[in-house]
Ligand binder design. Sequence first.
Ligand SMILES: C[S@@+](CC[C@H](N)C(=O)[O-])C[C@H]1O[C@@H](n2cnc3c(N)ncnc32)[C@H](O)[C@@H]1O
Length: 337
Amino acid sequence: MTSTAPDVNSAQGILQLGNAFAQAQAVLTAVELDLFTALDAGPATGQDVAARLGLHGRGLRDLLRLLAALGLLEEEDGRFANAPGAARHLVGGRPGYVGGALLGAKANLYHLWDGLAETLRSGRPRSAADGFAAMLADGRELRRYVRMMEGSLEPLVPGLLKAIDWAGRRSVLDVGGGRGALAGRLVAAHPGLAGHVFDLPEMEPLFGEHMAELGLTGAVRFHAGDFFRDELPRADVLVLGHILHNWPPERRGDLMGAAFRAVNPGGLLLVHDRMLDDGRPGVDNLLASLIMALVTEGGSEYPVAELAGLARDAGFAAVDHRPLAENETLVLCRKAA
Ligand SMILES: C[S@@+](CC[C@H](N)C(=O)[O-])C[C@H]1O[C@@H](n2cnc3c(N)ncnc32)[C@H](O)[C@@H]1O
């Protein structure tokens, strides 16, 4: 299997690192073509794959063998099948599917990286200033954005379902909770928990559809609003997942204040992001932080210590943190009873 961490003490390794974009594009293209879903029907030769996906055939065998070399496919007697990881996470429609995040990365992020030098020179993001508003107004783009968010959220859901003892909690509010992917899973796993989602009004139709798909209509309530302008509804547990990194520190402080006011006494605020280790942050989280520079006005990933300071300033009585998943940190902020 090709190493994903080349030896940068050698010229070969440095060249490999600088050309890692080619490897990424090969994988993203396979997801774009929905190759892994096509292979779920059973092992296939290159010709079968070409027929299933309507491809010309040129380059296909190399792509299939590359995906096998990367460990995403298995090859036997000239037939290709999904390797276990691809079968679990890249077949459309499966609960563990993360292809949405990759499709979003390909469509929305890949080209922005080409302008990183410009962002570093100007301090300005690469996405258009009105890009978010335009995306909200375009149903197709909004759905793509939602799938991208849910692709990043999916690996975190099992940890969030057991992050705390939910038994004593009556209500949960997912702030910026999109179409209710997490809130739906929480109420399904913890009967008796009342679910609430707060998000921009444009998200409400998608929320309604998603709840109907999950058979949860009525179990989770949608509150439309702007979390910088409107008061948040009260709940025993609030969640701020992948929200704070979109904003500069002073606005993170405003959101922490709004969250503090909304948590019922004795309740909890759960914050999760790809936070930066106070010592030596890892590669993935530094890349995530650079993405925030490319796509937001002042956002970045941030150190746990910075968030703990904001939580105490907001009024929270105790702040703990622990890993939620690889690269993801969960911070638990307790409000005094
Ligand atoms: C990066 S997504 C995070 C979604 C989800 N919490 C997760 O962990 O995947 C940010 C969410 O915040 C919502 N949002 C952005 N600005 C908002 C605002 N001013 N008020 C309310 N929601 C907002 C977006 O619509 C989106 O659903």
